[in-house]
Design a protein around this ligand. Structure first.
Ligand code: ADE
Ligand code: ZN
Ligand code: ZN
Length: 294
């Protein structure tokens, strides 16, 4: 190694080193967010009013396509550093439970600064759409829509509601087959990527097609229960967060130690959980937008 690196120009060496370190991530990868948004926007899932409002709020260059901007919130976390803690929830180590009052805070203890609080906040901003009023501030509702669509995806990633000390698996080093990574990234991206490589010859579109068919097929009897939210509630992030920490304990963390090698057995037993969470994210994003826009 020394002999080889000594001959490389320092800048190239730095680039190679940076490329080898997994970047900390803030949600499903691009494909995961694309799937959630595309499922939400799939034919017939949005009401006429919700589809019209989405079209109105999207920037014209996006056309009618929400999914092209579903990773926007990840792209702006450096421009808007305040938005970083809004992508996840840290829960007490080993408890496998979530409550809003105890857990929805940032690292400085500021209440409401977590993904569940963000979903509530952007939902109430979007409820002002079409109801201009001099007593409420004018929000940027385009940004509110993009944040909400992204965060409904994030809250369904089990490790986005993970343990505090390991930062949702970000500090747990593992091998995914032969590659070095962290457990968090396995759930953000690697399981999805391996499924695309192994099963979906035409890539992510094929994957979305399968999930969409299951929503109207094998999952159709459960779908109404996914969409449920309290009588007078518009958004239900606490339900999704509780499910995520339960799945994190039952599936993501289970059997994994520092330096574990995860391969076929882990992949095939966890892929159904990832499929379910992506589908639920998409169905619930649509249901939430339908409740918001009436
Ligand atoms: N940073 C700290 N906790 C995290 C989590 N659960 N997911 C993503 N980033 C985090
Ligand atoms: Zn995110
Ligand atoms: Zn993530």
């Amino acid at each position: 190694m020394m002999a080889a690196t000594a001959t490389l120009p320092p800048l190239l060496l730095l680039v190679l080193l940076l490329a080898a370190v997994p970047a900390p991530s803030h949600g499903w990868g691009v494909d995961g967010h694309l799937m959630v948004c595309q499922i939400a926007q799939a034919r017939g899932r949005l009401s006429g009013a919700a589809a019209a409002a989405v079209k109105d709020l999207l920037p014209s260059y996006a056309g009618n396509n929400l999914s092209s901007l579903c990773s926007w919130a990840d792209d702006v976390k450096f421009r808007y550093p305040w938005s970083s803690p809004l992508h996840y929830i840290d829960t007490p180590d080993g408890l496998c439970s979530y409550t809003y009052d105890r857990d929805c805070k940032d690292e400085d203890g500021v209440k409401g600064r977590c993904v569940a609080g963000a979903i509530n906040n952007y939902t109430s901003q979007l409820l002002t759409y079409g109801r201009p009023s001099s007593s409420v501030p004018e929000y940027n509702l385009t940004q509110a829509l993009l944040f909400l669509s992204h965060f409904v995806g994030d809250i369904h990633q089990p490790l986005h509601v993970g343990f505090t000390s390991d930062r949702g698996g970000n500090t747990i080093d593992v091998h995914w087959y032969t590659r070095k990574t962290v457990l968090h990234h396995v759930w953000d991206a690697s399981i999805i990527q391996t499924a695309e490589d192994d099963f979906y010859g035409d890539g992510v579109a094929d994957f979305i097609d399968t999930l969409t068919k299951n929503i109207t097929g094998v999952w159709s009897e459960q779908v109404p229960s996914w969409e449920e939210c309290g009588k007078n509630q518009t958004a239900c992030p606490d339900i999704y967060a509780s499910e995520s920490i339960t799945a994190a304990c039952d599936w993501a963390y289970k059997g994994v130690d520092e330096d574990s090698t995860l391969q076929d057995a882990y992949f095939s037993s966890r892929l159904p959980v990832v499929n379910l969470r992506l589908a639920q994210g998409g169905v619930r994003l649509a249901a939430t937008l339908n409740r918001i826009f009436g």
